[in-house]
Structure formats: C-alpha cells, structure tokens
Design a protein around this ligand. Structure first.
Ligand code: 5GP
Ligand code: ZN
Length: 113
C-alpha cells in the first residue's frame, strides 16, 4: 500500500531501528516507547489488522508470533513481556497495518485496560 506508514518502513522509504527481519516479517523499535523495550512486529504483507486475518493470510500472523518469541529471547525479556495488537477505533489503532507490540523490560500494571 503506497500510503501506508509501515509499508514505507518495511521498504526502507522511512527509516527505523530494525531489530529483526525474515521473509515474512519486519520488526523495529517503536518511535514513542511505552516501556523500556517496545518493539513493533509487522508482516511484510499489507493486512489492516487482526480483523482482516483469514485462512489465506494467517501464515503472516503465525510468522509474526514466531518472530515475537525470537525477538523476546534476543532482547533478554526472560522475566516476561506483553504482546498487544490494537484493532480499530475502540482499541486506539492508529496505524492500519497489522502489528504486534512487544512491551517489556519492567513490571507492568495488573490490569489490561
Ligand atoms: P497502534 O496505536 O496503531 O497500535 O500503534 C502504532 C504505533 O506505531 C505507536 O506505538 C507509535 O508510537 C508507532 N509509530 C508511529 N509512527 C511511527 C514511526 O514513524 N516509526 C516508528 N518506529 N514507530 C511509529
Ligand atoms: Zn501497510
């Protein structure tokens, strides 16, 4: 998608701090970190959100989550972390390209919202 921020980051048109890349997945540090470690894991296919996943494209979600596990080890998050994917307006999704936030590096609030 030509006007998608994360497609531009994947293409290198917009710079980012890359932490991981493979055939299916690109991962980079969030520009506005909410935790000591805050990484975004995105598929190299433009999928708007979890709501757009189906049996034709779900391999991208699986590959993103495999990457989450690798990146968490790479980043030393052995004490735990949170994986979040915001969908739509009520969840405050601002970039409409599927992404999984990895949040970690400190104790988080018990509540999720
Ligand atoms: P959302 O709110 O859609 O779940 O998450 C979007 C995330 O993208 C936010 O945490 C925001 O800080 C991050 N973000 C927005 N623009 C950029 C950018 O240009 N570069 C990077 N690295 N992160 C961005
Ligand atoms: Zn995109």
């Amino acid at each position: 998608m030509s006007d998608c921020l994360f497609c531009k980051i994947i293409d290198g048109e917009i710079p980012s701090t890359k932490v991981y890349e493979d055939e299916f997945v690109f991962a980079f540090r969030d520009i506005n970190p909410q935790m000591p470690t805050h990484i975004l894991v995105v598929p190299k296919e433009h999928i708007a959100s979890v709501a757009e996943l189906d049996s034709d494209n779900s391999v991208y979600a699986a590959k993103c989550l495999e990457a989450v596990a690798k990146i968490a080890k790479q980043e030393g998050l052995e004490n735990g972390y949170r994986v979040v994917s915001n969908v739509g307006e009520d969840a405050g999704q601002t970039v409409h390209h599927l992404h999984f936030h990895i949040l970690g590096g400190a104790k988080m609030a018990d509540k999720m919202s």
